[in-house]
Design a binder for this molecule. Sequence first.
Ligand code: KG4
Ligand code: ZN
Length: 409
Amino acid sequence: MGSGLILGIESSCDETAAAVVERGDRTRSSVVASQIATHAIYGGVVPELASREHLRNIVPITRAALAEAGCSLTDLDAIAVTCGPGLAGALLVGITYAKALAFALNKPLIAVNHLEGHIHAVLLKAGNGHQASGISPSEADESLPLPMPALALVVSGGHTHLFLARPLAGVWRYELVGRTLDDAAGEAFDKVAKLLGLGYPGGPWIDQLAQFGNPKAVPFGFAQIKNKAHLEGKGQIPRTKGARIAPIADLDRHFLFSFSGIKTAVLRYVEVHGLRASCEARQMALAAIEASGQTPTWREARALCDQQTLDLIASFQHAVVGDLLRKTFAAAQAVGAASVLVTGGVAANRELRVRFTAEAAERGLPVAFPALALSTDNAAMIAAAAWPRFLAGEFASMGLEAEPRLTLG
Ligand code: KG4
Ligand code: ZN
């Protein structure tokens, strides 16, 4: 066998990322170029701008990942790339570049599902590149090994999915257990932050500000999803990338999520309590800081929030985390999972980590999260997920295409 080094490339949404991972679990480097600044003024990802930024970043980011890992292209055993789900134009940039590298170097090309990547982020240990990658060794090592099968909650800006995951004879199998019918949880964080006049993406802002509010102040509830056939029959079109395409017919309705209602409830609260003007003022004040060439901090945002707004933020977060928690552990019990893993951008949330850890301890179930730096989109998770495929000789052809609606399980 060769070096065991796989170069991962990720460009499915608004981060251009490259990483080198050794034997599937040692992060030698993980470099991410975030496009937050590009999209922030629009309050969301603009696909055309994303593709342009990926084109601009992909070569320097890959070079940086190789340099940080202390290796060259010829040392690699394979090139792995995200093939979907995601934005078509964005995926295409990564795929085209990965194909060119694989062809020029005569190395195998491995196609990775982005959702499978998020699950494998939890399995990554720290390697030589951990400091440069922002991953502390203790953080990355503490949760391993995890008993299987694991109930995996993938919760990000584009996805809220529950999978039962397990390796069988070296090949990972995933079974879809639940998912959102409309918005992803991260999308709810982003939309609520936007309506409260906070920055983009909203999750980290809400995470910071929620510490200062009373989580019980506003009793947000989640309606039980009673009849999914009825929901489908009404022509409801789930809006998220994953939700639009994943089948729901066979899923237990207790494990279905819906986050569009709570966003509307927050909006209603803002209207009824006369908070709209202060939200607009906050948005303008933070924009003015940005216009002066500085990045607004959450402390500045906090100073711009009255207690009622902080309570609203804390209550919103508490309700979303509570809903994720209840359904995840109910699903884990129902399908007989031996552990729980939570991954994706929202898995960076502090209240989520604290409450999932406490609930898991109470139930005697091990729970694991990725290192903070690997919760959001990155390429180390793509290289990690590619390793079992490399061992199995599961390679992609040069005809590999972007699959924007790719499903898992
Ligand atoms: O995994 P990710 O980088 O991209 C997708 O695949 O979507 O996730 C980004 C999402 C955004 O919606 C962002 O607001 C959310 O993750 N997020 C958080 C936190 N950090 C990022 N949500 C809650 N708390 C956080 N600390
Ligand atoms: Zn993601």
